[in-house]
Design a protein around this ligand. Structure first.
Ligand SMILES: [Zn+2]
Length: 243
């Protein structure tokens, strides 16, 4: 099991850790700030700095075959530094902060969309350049109205926080369940819920900004009819691409 530092503090960019496993897929650590692809959100990229100063580029992060395994996938080449990686080795793991910030801004915006469009979600993809969210519905969506709604929720600066609740707590609070747009997975004993104060509450394991004001200029770039019962909302950044 890897300690998932990103679940408790999405602002953590770096951590010291120990290599616990080396496999054909990649490398595992005892603890990490790297988010593995999941819940629609892309996996983190970044680098590891070894004790002698050598740097290993990490191109992607995935869930491993067993629950709780997080696999850091190295980028191509790098044979010399790859040969140094072995269990027990200490590294400093550091994510690509700009890319992760873009994931967090988009991801938090998808929660705002869930509040603006109270329909079931049947697909989600969050990358550094765009995000898309598919809603199970056949009514048309108004792009300008959605953008006005997003701009209002960002300007209102709602705090964003997560907490863990037990399944018993969930069962004892029917009002909590009613306000959730997604039903949580059962059987794990506890559920991580993400609350945007006064706006949205739903189970979510992803990374988010701490306040809707931190989302900044994210806009709906496209609304598409994907099928008779699917409307797709595509998000982009209103400011020019960084770098
Ligand atoms: Zn989320």
């Amino acid at each position: 099991m890897t300690e998932e530092l990103f679940r408790e503090d999405a602002k953590l960019l770096t951590c010291e850790a120990t290599v616990t496993a080396v496999t054909g897929e990649g490398f595992q650590l005892d603890r990490t700030v790297f988010y593995p692809q999941g819940g629609g959100q892309a996996g983190d990229r970044g680098e590891w700095v070894l004790a002698d100063g050598a740097v290993l580029q990490i191109a992607d992060t995935r869930n491993g075959k067993l629950p709780g395994e997080i696999v850091h996938v190295p980028g191509p080449g790098q044979e010399a530094v790859l040969a140094q990686i072995a269990p027990g080795q200490r590294v400093v793991a550091r994510i690509d902060a700009l890319r992760r910030q873009r994931h967090m801004r988009f991801h938090t915006t998808t929660h705002l969309l869930c509040a603006l469009i109270p329909k079931p979600v049947d697909g989600c993809s969050i990358t550094a350049d765009y995000a898309r969210l598919d809603f199970h519905m056949n009514e048309p969506l108004d792009k300008e109205a959605l953008n006005a709604g997003l701009a209002r929720l960002v300007a209102e600066a709602h705090p964003v926080r997560h907490r863990w609740i037990s399944e018993a707590e969930l069962d004892a609070n029917p009002s909590l369940v009613r306000s959730m747009s997604v039903q949580p997975p059962r059987g794990l004993g506890r559920v991580r819920v993400l609350e945007i104060e006064g706006v949205d509450l739903q189970p979510c394991g992803g990374t988010h900004v701490a306040n809707t004001a931190d989302i900044g200029a994210v806009v709906v770039t496209k609304v598409e009819k994907k099928s008779a019962m699917t409307r797709r909302v595509v998000l982009g950044f209103a400011e020019p691409a960084a770098g």
